[in-house]
Design a binder for this molecule. Structure first.
Ligand code: PLP
Length: 352
């Protein structure tokens, strides 16, 4: 299924949701008069300043169109082509970017390592580095962590610091794929700096799209040296927006009044409600801890098919299978209750 027939809000992806009012209104506010192009405008400067305020440090900021580009270009700026990137076997970098990180870095290899619940195990970082140190092996250079993970779990500051300690001992840098960074901050109730530069993150790709924007991710360099000529890298990759103000303005709208965190908290709360309603449904199994805006369920195939027949969309190929139910900034309690009711009925009907 590729379209929602009745236009109802779905749980397939936070990408299904529209644009939140704060982002939408900011685009409208930016749509007056002429301003300089290619990021020389006041909206881009303001958005970058707001991100520096948010992270409480003098980071270097760039805005690109999507997460694949943000992550791939960030990783390319951290590696040489003969290096490798250590990440979880469920990392988007490995499974869902069509080889873009390797492509944009001219061949840097992605090395997957084991870990629980979508996370990288600190010991696995050692393993990836030590298992081969000869000239024939692509030298590990970066650890890439997804926060919140593809399985909806969240690295705590202590977990990040444990990985950082291993990374530092091997002279590895840390990249964070923060497509759902806002959900992680909301889940941990921490400050953004605690799970980024204070935990060793060198470069963060901060996701705007899943947070409620139409398009756009911020690439935030805490190690400013890594940002050298990143603007050229963006331009070459077709990621330098000529009318940059429209990529930047939504960040201003979202950051100025805290909408980024409010929407993430709401999405997480809806996932928590969903988790509470479905966890006890007979035949349904919760796969991973509910920590961000998703719930992963094992659902009997007959119940899954019945839910699809009732018009519900959800993916069942992410991670190690199971239905991924993703809440968004605009998910309502009624949406959640309606899905949970249908799941209970479908499971009862499907029971042997
Ligand atoms: C964890 C993660 N990283 C990166 C991306 C890529 O984002 P985009 O589809 O905007 O390229 C996604 C998109 O689903 C994602 O879930």
């Amino acid at each position: 299924m590729s379209t929602t027939k009745d236009g109802r809000r779905q749980f397939a992806s936070d990408n299904y949701a529209g644009i939140c009012p704060e982002a939408w209104q900011a685009i409208a506010r930016a749509n007056t008069g002429h301003v300089l192009s290619y990021g020389e405008d006041p909206w881009t400067a303001r958005a970058a300043d707001l991100l520096r305020d948010l992270f409480e440090t003098d980071c270097e900021v760039f805005f690109v169109f999507n997460g694949t580009a943000a992550t791939s270009l960030a990783l390319a700026s951290m590696c040489q082509s003969y290096h490798s990137i250590v990440c979880s076997e469920t990392a988007h970098v490995e499974t869902d970017e069509c080889g873009a990180p390797e492509f944009f870095s001219n061949g840097t290899k992605v090395l997957t390592v084991a870990g629980k619940e979508g996370k990288v195990d600190p010991a696995a970082v050692d393993w990836a580095v030590r298992r081969r140190t000869d000239i024939h092996y692509p030298k590990p250079r970066v650890v890439s962590l997804t926060q919140a993970t593809e399985l909806g779990t969240v690295y705590t500051p202590d977990e990040l610091k444990a990985i950082w300690a291993r990374a530092k001992s091997h002279d590895l840098r840390i990249h964070m794929d923060g497509a759902r960074f806002a959900n992680a901050v909301a889940s941990l109730a921490c400050t953004p700096k605690e799970i980024t530069w204070q935990a060793g993150v060198d470069v963060l790709c901060f996701g705007g799209t899943k947070n409620g924007m139409a398009v756009g991710e911020a690439v935030v360099f805490f190690d400013r040296n890594l940002a050298r000529e990143f603007d050229f890298r963006c331009k070459q990759a077709g990621q330098l927006s000529s009318k940059m103000r429209f990529l930047a303005a939504p960040w201003v709208g979202m950051l100025e009044d805290g909408a980024w965190l409010r929407h993430a908290r709401h999405a997480n709360d809806m996932a928590e409600l969903l988790h509470g309603l479905v966890a006890a449904v007979p035949g349904v199994e919760v796969r991973y801890p509910r920590q961000a805006n998703s719930v992963f369920l094992g659902i009997p195939p007959a119940a899954r098919d019945a839910l699809h027949a009732r018009g519900w969309h959800f993916y069942d190929f992410i991670g190690w299978g199971g239905a991924r139910l993703m809440c968004s900034w605009d998910t309502t309690e009624e949406d959640v209750r309606s899905f949970a009711r249908d799941l209970a009925e479908a499971s009862a009907t499907a029971a042997p």
